[in-house]
Design a protein around this ligand. Sequence first.
Ligand code: FDA
Length: 310
Amino acid sequence: MLRSAFLWLSERRGVFNFVKRNGLARRFASRFVAGETLDTAIAAARDLNQRDITVTLDLLGESVTSREEAREASNQAVEILNRIHASGVRGNVSVKLTQMGLDIDRTVALENMTRILDRARELQSFARIDMEASAYVEPTLDLFRNGLHERFGDTTGVVIQSMLRRSADDVADLIARHARVRLVKGAYSEPASIAFPDKRDVDRSFATLAERLLAEGNYPAIATHDERLIRHVTEFVAHEGIANSRFEFQMLYGVRRDLQDRLRREGYNVRVYVPFGTQWYPYLMRRLGERPANVAFIVGNLLKETVSRR
Ligand code: FDA
């Protein structure tokens, strides 16, 4: 219920304009977003690297409506790759296809992704294509399968959401193609016809898909903060004799820092997804929807501010 409300809010531009002017919301956003510029993101990446954690940088922004905006977004992704290389940061980049023009025309997105991946390959880096709401799953996988993966191979990868009923088939197909997959639960609100409405089924699906990817996949990324599922994975790899070098855990910037460090100390590869940029509102709303305690944090601070002003 609360989650749906935040997902609904994430699509309201008018609310964003209001929230953007609010100091508390901006401060709260800074917990999940590494600033508004590439400089602040690189600084956050350096801090994470010092904890021996790698990063994937994401310039926040979703569906663009003009070719110029899409082109500009791809220029920025290339710039991120250049800065990562020049600064010696251990990291790569994540992008969204709607940011690259998928809503305008498939060929616009293909052209922009090709520029990014050409540069990623020159730098021996990597660009992950994030997964968006269900309407984009087929177009995203189609562009990945028929255009990007066959040309760029391990320079790129996709994301599979365990909440979707179709994901078992998609995972089988991607394993057969030797494609790199990040497994997540899924951050969007989807109808029961295509997604598991019960969280327990989403978690069960995650565990099953993680096992398949770990056993047969190509360096999968297991992206969750769910300790139970993380334990399931560590027990599974120990039991199957799967080396730590064959996969990585991924978590979000600002979420469960303790767990990130603990897994790294235990010898697992850990990568943190570092979002930055001015378009932080929809991202922040999705994070709030995932954890009611975050809302309590905001309300608590609002109360404190109100009391201290008296
Ligand atoms: P779940 O939501 O069940 O949370 C398990 C526990 O983790 C919670 O009890 C809490 O302790 C902690 N936790 C989770 N979220 C928190 C938060 N926001 N604040 C504080 N604590 C929190 N989704 C998508 O649809 N497409 C994508 O491309 C990606 N990409 C992506 C990359 C990476 C690296 C990660 C980690 C996640 C994504 N996601 C995503 C988001 C993903 O789908 C999912 O919404 C979140 O990871 C939250 O789900 P959990 O697996 O953490 O479990």
